[in-house]
Design a protein around this ligand. Structure first.
Ligand code: TRP
Length: 329
């Protein structure tokens, strides 16, 4: 029996952070052994926010190197740059013609991102249609995403169902894959919001490539809550977030960590957490440094990945073109 297909992607804006590792890359790492896997750097999505071209180029390569340093194995998974596979935008055009304005108007992420902006670009509005193309193009069965992407995935499903109904069975209907375990890592300064790589305040995140000194500074500055007891609870969101990071990296139980720090001060927990993060990121950074300096290797991974991805993408797109009534080339 054919393996099921999983597909996911991260937008190269900001810096990959431990939130991305624990929420996505760690899972991808495990999933790639069980599924046929495609992991994208969605550089076309990144254009919906202002980018400095030379930074974007550098960051895209850096993301690929970080995927690999975190354990995504190009021999097991397809790693591809979205812009290298032109079928993504071609399918998007077809899906644009099936998608209703009302559906895109209802996207909460669009509402949030466009709220305080003077000029809202159309790309930000049609972003979810491009995401649907990413997914449907490869006939993905499962899409590992964070809870904030569920609505986008729902749209992908709706578009697939609509296309299949209007023309005939063409797309697989993708399912969200939201891991049961694994904490949601929150911002270090504002623990009520998610730790986001695109956060403009870098004190909110621990980037995978942060130096040891920076890690130390950021954890020491992380907000904790009033009181002094080390207890995981809803009314201690700052402290609980630090415990979540701690247990996610050490695989210890929350109760055991609470037990270990009975009668100890927050600063003791922070000191240990700094060490845990530094030890965890050390080998990733080391691997990253090797990979990023080997430009030939990176180029080979990308050309290999885009070749494999294009092959799959062409198959779906030619079916789509035929079904909608385009003349064969
Ligand atoms: N929108 C996703 C995010 O911000 C990124 C993304 C783009 C994606 N295309 C995708 C995720 C396809 C999964 C599958 O997290």
């Amino acid at each position: 029996m054919n393996k099921k297909i999983i597909l996911s992607g991260i937008q190269p804006s900001g810096e990959l952070c431990i939130g991305n590792y624990l929420g996505a890359l760690k899972q991808w790492n495990i999933l790639q052994d069980k599924y046929e896997s495609i992991f994208l750097v969605v550089d076309m999505h990144a254009l919906t926010v202002d980018q400095v071209p030379s930074d974007l180029r550098q960051r895209c390569l850096s993301f690929v190197a970080q995927y690999i340093a975190c354990g995504i194995d190009p021999d097991k998974s397809i790693i591809a740059m979205q812009s290298h596979v032109h079928e993504h935008v071609e399918l998007m055009w077809v899906l644009n013609s099936l998608c209703y304005l009302g559906e895109l108007n209802r996207m909460t992420q669009f509402k949030d991102k466009s709220k305080d902006k003077k000029n809202v670009n159309v790309g930000l509005f049609t972003y979810p249609v491009l995401m649907a193309s990413d997914i449907l193009l490869y006939q993905a069965d499962l899409v590992p995403v964070g809870a904030d992407q569920k609505q986008h995935l729902e749209l992908s499903r709706d578009l697939a169902i609509r296309f299949n109904y209007k023309y005939s069975d063409t797309f697989k209907i993708p399912e969200p894959f939201i891991p049961e375990s694994g904490a949601r890592i929150m911002s270090l300064q504002d623990p009520l919001k998610k730790m986001s790589k695109s956060d403009s305040n870098l004190n909110n995140i621990i980037a995978l490539l942060d130096s040891n000194a920076i890690i130390k500074k950021k954890i020491n500055r992380a907000v904790t809550d009033s009181g002094s007891e080390i207890k995981y609870s809803e009314d201690k969101p700052g402290l609980s977030n630090l415990i979540d990071i701690y247990t996610s990296l050490t695989n210890e139980k929350i109760e055991d960590v609470e037990q270990k720090y009975i009668g100890k001060m927050y600063s003791v927990l922070k000191k240990d957490l700094i060490e845990i993060i530094i030890d965890f990121l050390g080998p990733i950074k080391e691997e990253y440094t090797k990979i990023i300096s080997d430009k030939a290797y990176l180029a080979e991974v990308l050309s290999d990945g885009s070749e494999k991805a294009s092959f799959k993408a062409r198959r779906t797109l030619s079916k789509v073109y035929r079904k909608v009534g385009f003349v064969k080339k």
